[in-house]
Design a protein around this ligand. Structure first.
Ligand code: HEC
Length: 131
């Protein structure tokens, strides 16, 4: 009886340490993904309107907010730097991307990714330049 118990406990410890190993490797593989994301974000020293911001708007906003398609976006035109800047000045951009201040989240099909929103925020923090 004593012997059986002695055998049982080491087994339990082995199973436990193996589960921890699996948990830890899962945790670290996830966090290293996030670190890669972070690293990619940090790669952009100065956000460029033409290279970084415009492509996001073209894909996600201009279907309804370009000069030609404004009929789908309640007549609001975000195309071109100067038109977009008026939304930055009126505190609707980037607030509209997260629905802050009670605005409906844009695009209506679903929020942009965190790194896209961070990049737009970075561009605004850097002065929302036409660069
Ligand atoms: C499928 C069409 C569609 C797309 C795509 C779209 N919008 Fe809109 N947007 C609208 C409509 C319709 C309104 C007006 C009604 C509303 O506020 O919901 C609007 C309103 C807005 C407003 C004004 C909000 C307010 O309450 O005054 C802003 C700013 C805006 N959109 C920005 C964006 C941005 C930025 C994107 C891309 C990230 C985008 N929209 C994508 C249709 C769209």
């Amino acid at each position: 009886m004593q012997l059986n118990l002695m055998n049982f406990f080491p087994m339990r410890r082995l199973v436990l340490s193996m589960s921890f190993f699996v948990l830890f490797t899962t945790f670290f593989s996830c966090s290293s993904d996030n670190e890669e994301d972070l690293f990619e974000d940090m790669m952009i020293e100065t956000a460029s309107f033409a290279d970084n911001i415009l492509p996001i708007l073209q894909t996600n906003c201009y279907g309804c907010h370009s000069v030609d398609n404004a009929v789908f976006g309640a007549g609001l035109i975000l195309e071109g730097h100067s038109n977009l800047i008026s939304f930055v000045d009126s505190n609707k951009f980037p607030e509209v991307l997260t629905g802050a201040g009670g605005l409906s989240v844009m695009p209506p099909s679903g929020q942009l990714t965190t790194s896209q929103i961070d990049l737009i925020q970075q561009w605004i923090d850097e002065g929302a330049l036409d660069n």
